[in-house]
Structure formats: C-alpha cells, structure tokens
Design a protein around this ligand. Sequence first.
Ligand SMILES: [Zn+2]
Ligand SMILES: [Zn+2]
Length: 121
Amino acid sequence: MLKGSCLCGGVAYRVDAPVNDASHCYCTMCRKQHGAAAGAYANVPSAGFALERGADLVAEYASSEHGRRAFCRTCGSTLYWRSEAEPDVISVTLGTLDPDYDGPVEREIYTDTKPRWLPTA
Ligand SMILES: [Zn+2]
Ligand SMILES: [Zn+2]
C-alpha cells in the first residue's frame, strides 16, 4: 500500500493496488501545471485509489476535452490526472507519494517539448 499527500497536508490518499507505468511527461500542459520541467505520474487502478482526508479541498480542472487534473485548493499541489475516456485508471503524481516513490520510471513522453533549461548530468 502507498500513501500520498499534498504540501499543506490537508489532502491525503492511499493506493491499495500496484503502481505501474511511471513516466515523466514533458507536454506543455504538464509543464504548466507542475510549474516544472515535467509532470511525473504513475498509473493506478481507480478501484485501488481512495482519498483518506480532504476530499472537500480537492478541485478538478478540465485541461482538455478528456483530461481532468486534480489539485489541492489550499496549497496547489497537483494530485492526480484522470481521463473520462479511461475511468478505470488514475495517474497519481509521483511527487505527492509518501514515502518517496522508489520504483522504476518506465518512460519519458513528449520529449519533443522537453525544456532546454532542464539540467543535464
Ligand atoms: Zn494542500
Ligand atoms: Zn503531460
């Protein structure tokens, strides 16, 4: 089981299912929403995802015709992404998992919009 929370601690969730397909996404929407070089997500089955605290603090924004992005109204932490076209899956943000996600990152997507300012090793 995994847990997750937002920066202010108002929202907490748990994942009772395998996490898979972790990715860094460099699309312009993920970059804007995270305020960073990439969005970092992993997929979990919707049936294994549950908010434990702060459901009233979670706002969802329709960032496209099919995608909805959830964030904490108080601190702005981005929590998950879901698509109405794929209701069985929720993509949780790797950065909100407690403790830190320690699994593999399986892919990078939208690398054509990877920012030039991203530090390299
Ligand atoms: Zn918060
Ligand atoms: Zn993206």
